[in-house]
Structures are given as structure tokens and as C-alpha cells.
Design a protein around this ligand. Structure first.
Ligand SMILES: [Zn+2]
Length: 410
């Protein structure tokens, strides 16, 4: 086995042990496990000849030790946070490949016309505060300060979480990277889908990242006794939610490429012998074309209002987050595809249905993204799995990409 891939996979295992829940991998923003991950990856950055630091939101960054103002930086990376009961590869693989790429480039001993830096974003998944890309939005300068008032399930505000993680909620703007300081951003990530496996390819090149809408939908009915309230006099919020969830499914099935999901539902008071007074659910809608996604969300809002009206209850429709579809940089993507063809029979172009830090970074700097085959396309699950040979190919492609980009900048 390729020793560089072996090292990356050993590090994946080490990182997977840093979790906030025993027996599972869960590493959410600001948790002690995230702090330990930053420390451990910081040691690996140092071993690769980079100087680690943590910015005002908690992103871990490894930079060239000697920095001259004029030299621009090519940033490599991904995120170090995870979903609950996560797989080991989603996020960390991109950070570790970035570090290995820097090591390989340094070992070649060739002077590059730009600096290489590695970033491990502190929050991409948005598990704790229900808003994604906290880390990359701060770097790209698109973080909305009002998000600091968001609270997690325990009532802790993001402002408090940033401070207790060692960051500075009042100085997030200091973590912003000027566009002029960057050559671009390259992110490697598991595919989270089955296409590369079907095509029997190790890696593929991402062309665009689908936009997404996240919402909170609340039906407010009337709680009541399950034994004494006649069916005709009920305003059962959970029944309204059930009707809405099926409407979401049928709406998404009407349009190719459209996906819509209710992933969480909470009914109150939540007792077996009490009619639900309120039901709150999450809604996630995605499509490559923004107009298609937006019209689907509008249609679902109408459907929710109709359900609430007919059932004589109130509706709260609350958009949580909206991101537009993002296209990767055509020149960098061509370069990456060229590098892929050195190591693979062909290069396939893939759209990404999942969101990535690359989508935020593309607003700041030319961005390219490499997908790595994962077993059965599974992600956000402990069964996530990546072949060592594919990790080695991804690393070779990244090093080739850096070489070619350097040639263009010389
Ligand atoms: Zn990810």
C-alpha cells in the first residue's frame, strides 16, 4: 500500500477517536472534541512544515512559516466537524490530503510561485446551530453577525460558543481572507454518491454545487386529551405535519434532480395520551437550478398554508438558510481534470448535491473540487469507507494540480 495513503488512513482513525459521544463519531462546532481535533491536526501541520494557528471562529490554519506580503496563497482543505454518528472521511479526508499534498510538494524541493496553506474549517455541517458553513463564511467575509444570536439545543448562543471555544465573536472580521491574498481554493472530499463507483473511477471533478434552502416549519394546533376530545373537535398538529411531509415527497418527485427532505420532527407536548399542540419540522430542498429550487419552496409554502387553513391551525414558516448554486472556477476545474487524466483512464465531471465549504469559498476565490469514490456512495454514516488506492490517486492528482498551477504562475 502507498505509504502516504497509509499515513492518511491512520490519521483518519486517530481523528475518528475524538468524539463527544462514546462509541460514535460526533464532533460539532465548539465541542471539546473539536478542540482536541484542532490540536492533533495542528501537530500534523507542524510536521508538514506549516505553522498552525486558530482564527477568531475556530478554523485551524497551517501557513508557510515565512510569509512575504507579496506572495499569494493556494489554500487546500475541508472541514473537521462532523454530523452526529458520522463516518470518518467526510471532511477530515480533505484536510489530511491537503497536508499530504503540502508535504509531497515540499519533498520535491521545487520553489513554488505561491505559498501553500491548509485549512480545517470549524463548522461545515451546521449540526449545533442549524446553520452551515460557519467556518468558511467567516473566511470568505459572508458571515452574518446576526447569526451570533442563534442558540443551540441547550440554549447556548453562538456568541457564547465562539468565545468558549477560544475565539473572538467581536473580531470575526479579522479571520476574513482578502481575495487578493489568494490564488485559489482546492477541496478534496468523498463523493457522497454512487457515480464514481458505478463508473469504476477513483476520483472525479466537481463542476457545480447545488443550492439549498433550509427551513423550519411549525404547525400550531391545540393540545388535548387523547381520550376525551372527539375527532371532530381536534386541531392535531402532528397530523398536519404528516400531511405536509407527504406533500414534500410528492412535490420533489415531480421534477428531475429535485430533492426535498424532512429530516427532523418534534411534537409537543409529546405524550402518548395527548393530542399534539405543536409540530415543528425541518425542511431541506435542493436543485442545481436556483429557480427550480425556489419555485419548489414556494409551492411547499402554499401547500403548508392550505393544510393549516383546512385544519384551522396556525403556521410558522421560517427560512433558516438559503444558498445559491455555485459553479467551480472553469480554469481551475480544467486544470484539475487535466491532472485527473494523468492518473485515471478519463475524467468525469460531477455536480454535487451536497453542500461544501467550496461553495462558500467560490465567492471569494477561484475554487476547484475533487471527489473521491466512497463505498456504496454512503456518507453521514459510520459505514463511510474509502479505498487506500483511491486516496493515493487523489493525492497524486492534487500534487499534479499544484505543479501545473505553479507553471501557469511562473
Ligand atoms: Zn463534508
Amino acid at each position: 500500500m502507498d505509504p502516504r495513503a497509509t499515513q492518511i488512513l491512520q490519521r483518519i482513525e486517530e481523528l475518528a477517536r475524538l468524539s463527544e459521544t462514546p462509541g460514535q463519531l460526533t464532533r460539532t462546532y465548539g465541542s471539546p472534541a473539536m478542540g482536541r481535533a484542532n490540536q492533533l491536526v495542528g501537530q500534523w501541520l507542524r510536521a508538514a512544515g506549516l505553522t498552525p494557528s486558530v482564527d477568531a471562529i475556530g478554523n485551524l490554519i497551517g501557513r508557510a512559516p515565512v510569509k512575504t506580503a507579496k506572495r499569494k496563497t493556494l489554500l487546500l482543505g475541508s472541514h473537521l466537524d462532523t454530523v452526529r454518528n458520522a463516518g470518518k472521511f467526510d471532511g477530515p479526508l480533505g484536510v489530511l490530503l491537503g497536508i499530504a499534498c503540502v508535504e509531497a510538494c515540499r519533498a520535491e524541493g521545487r520553489q513554488l510561485p505561491f505559498d501553500l496553506a491548509v485549512i480545517g474549517f470549524a463548522d461545515e455541517e451546521g449540526v449545533r446551530f442549524q446553520t452551515t458553513y460557519l467556518g468558511s463564511r467567516v473566511v470568505a467575509g459572508t458571515f452574518a453577525p446576526k447569526d451570533l444570536t442563534r442558540r443551540d439545543a441547550a440554549g447556548i448562543s453562538l456568541r457564547e460558543a465562539v468565545a468558549s471555544f477560544g475565539g473572538n465573536p467581536g473580531k470575526l472580521s479579522t479571520a476574513r481572507w482578502p481575495a487578493t491574498s489568494l490564488v485559489g481554493y482546492l477541496e478534496a472530499h468523498i463523493e457522497q454518491g454512487p457515480v464514481l463507483e458505478q463508473k469504476d473511477l477513483s476520483v472525479g471533478v466537481v463542476t457545480s454545487i447545488s443550492g439549498q434552502s433550509r427551513l423550519l416549519v411549525e404547525f400550531i394546533g391545540r393540545a388535548g386529551h387523547a381520550g376525551t376530545t372527539p375527532m371532530s373537535l381536534r386541531a392535531d398538529a402532528l397530523c398536519a405535519a404528516a400531511e405536509f411531509i407527504l406533500a414534500v415527497e410528492s412535490q420533489a418527485r415531480k421534477k428531475a434532480g429535485l430533492v426535498a427532505t424532512v429530516g427532523r420532527i418534534q411534537a409537543e407536548p409529546g405524550a402518548s395520551n395527548v393530542i399534539s399542540g405543536t409540530a415543528t419540522l425541518t425542511l431541506d430542498v435542493r436543485h442545481q437550478a436556483d429557480a427550480t429550487r425556489e419555485s419548489a419552496v414556494a409551492a411547499l409554502q402554499q401547500a403548508a398554508h392550505k393544510i393549516a387553513r383546512l385544519r384551522k391551525m396556525q403556521l410558522h414558516w421560517q427560512p433558516v438558510q438559503q444558498t445559491s448554486s455555485v459553479h467551480c472556477s472553469p480554469p481551475l476545474t480544467r486544470l484539475l481534470a487535466h491532472a485527473v487524466r494523468h492518473h485515471e483512464p478519463r475524467s468525469v465531471a460531477l455536480p454535487s448535491g451536497a453542500g461544501h465549504d467550496a461553495a462558500v469559498m467560490a465567492g471569494l476565490t477561484p475554487t476547484a473540487m475533487l471527489f473521491i469514490r466512497c463505498k456504496n456512495g454512503v456518507s453521514h454514516h459510520p459505514d463511510e469507507s474509502v479505498k487506500p488506492g483511491d486516496v493515493a490517486v487523489a493525492l497524486d492528482v492534487m500534487v499534479d494540480f499544484v505543479r501545473q498551477l505553479a507553471r501557469q504562475h511562473e
